[in-house]
Design a protein around this ligand. Structure first.
Ligand code: AMP
Length: 288
């Protein structure tokens, strides 16, 4: 596996890869890798010739400085895991390399309503930071395919919009969420949960499934999101949202009427537990 720390060196290397006619698959991550990340690498390996994984904890997407400071860093273990699944290239840039202009850049992407709902409502500025770093990484890697996880559904939709805004020819492939045996979505932040909280954390997925199971039951279905919030509160979570949404014109809108068969319907939850913010979502009907 090749390791690059400087974007200029990676760019040069990838120019040669492209010249040889090979396709490039790209998996951007913030490290602390788990099997969810590795499933994206596997998907990239199956669909492209050369797989690049970046590890970069992107400061501009953290609205909470404490979250940034506490973000787990496990570079050596990450490199070993990437090697074990035969990743071709790992890119480990420094903040200065990615942000030579400084962190307070004045670029702004028009993501519309998608930026201010769900995660955007509770993490102001987050998706501008995501847009900024993904744009930069795409310019460096120029992949034919980009692999991201449904676990961060709204992020996938933001990036899909970004690709349109910047007229990119890169195709976004959304990969399914990998889960622990008890259903908890794998996440780098899970390691920060105490053993007791880790046991409890599976309740989020259970509530998403309860919402899914009430699908088609008219008003009861809509109310199931409120019930999820109540159930989570009763178990010691501090929920930020539990919403049922429909995918419409590349954005998510609250589903405030019974769903029709042609709609893509999803449920999404964000909740704090033990000082850790957990998010998850489930597709109730249709395909992304
Ligand atoms: P992160 O390192 O958290 O920024 O995540 C990097 C990529 O891995 C993003 O596209 C995430 O959506 C994806 N990812 C994170 N957790 C999972 C999971 N449990 N299953 C599949 N993909 C995931």
């Amino acid at each position: 596996m090749y390791q690059f720390k400087r974007s200029i060196d990676l760019k040069k290397h990838l120019e040669l890869v492209r010249k040889s006619g090979k396709t490039i698959g790209f998996v951007p991550t913030m490290g602390a890798l788990h099997n969810g990340h590795l499933s994206l690498i596997q998907a990239a390996k199956q669909n492209t010739d050369v797989v690049v994984c970046s590890i970069f904890v992107n400061p501009t997407q953290f609205n909470d400085p404490k979250d940034y400071e506490k973000y787990p860093i496990t570079i050596e273990a990450d490199i070993k895991k990437l090697n074990d699944v035969s990743t071709d290239i790992v890119f480990l840039p420094a903040v200065d390399d990615m942000y030579p202009e400084g962190l307070d850049g004045n670029i702004h992407y028009d993501f519309g309503d998608l930026e201010t709902i769900l995660e955007g409502k509770f993490r102001p500025g987050h998706f501008q930071g995501v847009g900024r770093i993904v744009h930069k990484l795409l310019d460096i890697v120029q992949p034919s395919k980009l692999f991201m996880g449904q676990k961060d559904l709204q992020q996938c939709l933001i990036v899909r919009k970004l690709l349109k805004i910047i007229h990119s020819s890169t195709e976004l492939i959304v990969c399914p969420t990998e889960r622990e045996p008890d259903g908890l979505a794998m996440s780098s932040r899970n390691v920060r949960l105490s053993p007791a909280a880790r046991k409890k954390a599976t309740a989020i997925y259970q509530e998403l499934n309860a919402i899914k199971n009430s699908f088609g039951k008219g008003l009861l279905f809509m109310e199931s999101a409120y019930e999820a919030v109540d159930h989570l509160k009763a178990q010691g979570f501090d929920p930020e949202y539990a919403d049922i949404l429909a995918l419409k014109d590349d954005t998510l809108v609250p589903l405030d009427q019974p769903a029709t068969d042609d709609m893509v319907v999803v449920a999404a939850i964000a909740a704090w537990l033990d000082g850790v913010r957990l998010i998850d979502n489930i597709i109730i009907q249709g395909k992304l």
